[in-house]
Design a protein around this ligand. Structure first.
Ligand SMILES: [Zn+2]
Length: 320
């Protein structure tokens, strides 16, 4: 059985984001200078992973952890491309993220810290709260990288409020820019005992997943679900029900998960978007949910870190 209050992957970091305190420059300066504060290193959207010390390997594999910077290293405040971004506090300990993207690949400082590693690789080697923290950092720093200039007048923007706002430096403009999150709907369409899943050409062998798409301006979430299902699979839906959500910082989405009941059953697949879409019986999907081992062409479900998998598991459990 699933539980509606269960956290999806990439949620549950457990940090207090201190959204009021972080607006105060004095408070932030104290946290930046506090010896217990922690500074997570990020390089071009990837996290640095230290090699485990010799002999530290366990039967489950080497212990993996993202690298935090030592405040005693004199070089990193110069290497940082922007002031450390404040993430939140955990008890008395403040967490910051430091973007070291200005360092060239293979720079000795980087080599001394660890190996740059993608979140999707690292997420399953760390605990769930850490995976959530890393997703938060990837989303926030990714936004900074793509919003260095004002979208209104084109002038350079500056970072304020601990990295949670950028302000245009043009005195006649001063537009404030906030971290961006793009809503996307993702939905499992079913008719009770069968569900619709599609596959994109880039998917691994045999994998099918839920349909998904971005919400457009002037559209409710329910309308976006109905439109995307009609566009991608030619199916008319009703009874669109919200299930749960998941931050998906690849680069800046928030996935909003739904179940929807099919009114029509004839598939008309949009071959620009999908390679195939099909109806699957509950038993076929259940058998696929148990499947492990090498790919052999039989049905595979999306990975465990995805809300798509959660929507499928919830449907299997009768929680729709
Ligand atoms: Zn401006």
């Amino acid at each position: 059985m699933t539980n509606r209050s269960q956290n999806n992957f990439y949620t549950g970091a457990g940090l207090d984001r201190a959204t009021v305190a972080r607006k105060q420059a004095d408070w932030l300066a104290q946290r930046l200078a506090a010896p217990e504060s922690r500074f997570l290193a990020v390089w071009r959207g990837q996290f640095l992973v230290a090699s485990p010390p010799e002999g530290a390997e366990t039967p489950e594999g080497p212990p993996v952890r993202p690298v935090y910077l030592d405040p005693g290293s004199p070089w990193w405040r110069e290497a940082a491309t922007l002031a450390p971004a404040f993430l939140g506090v955990e008890g008395d300990v403040a967490h910051f993220a430091v973007d070291l993207s200005s360092l060239e690949e293979g720079h000795p400082h980087l080599l001394g810290l660890g190996t740059p590693t993608e979140l999707r690789t690292l997420a399953h080697q760390v605990d769930r709260p850490t995976a959530s923290l890393l997703a938060y950092v990837r989303g926030l720093l990714g936004w900074h990288q793509r919003h260095r200039f004002c979208g209104v007048c084109g002038t350079v923007t500056e970072v304020i409020e601990g990295g949670h706002v950028r302000r245009c430096t043009n005195p006649d403009c001063k537009t404030l820019h906030f971290p961006r999150t793009d809503p996307a709907v993702i939905m499992l369409v079913h008719d009770g005992d069968r569900c619709v899943m599609g596959r994109q050409a880039r998917f691994g062998q045999g994998m099918y997943s839920t349909l998904a798409g971005f919400v457009e301006p002037g559209e409710s979430l329910e309308e976006a679900v109905a439109r995307e299902v009609m566009e991608e699979a030619g199916i008319q839906v009703t009874d669109v029900r919200y299930q749960s959500s998941q931050p998906w910082p690849f680069p800046s989405s928030l996935m909003l998960g739904f179940h929807a009941r099919a009114v029509t059953t004839e598939l008309k697949v949009d071959l620009e978007e999908l390679e195939d879409a099909r109806w699957f019986s509950r038993d076929e999907v259940y058998q696929a949910s148990l499947r492990r081992g090498p790919l052999d062409g039989s049905l595979r479900l999306p990975p465990a870190d995805s809300i798509a998998r959660r929507l499928i598991e919830d449907w299997l459990a009768g929680d729709v």
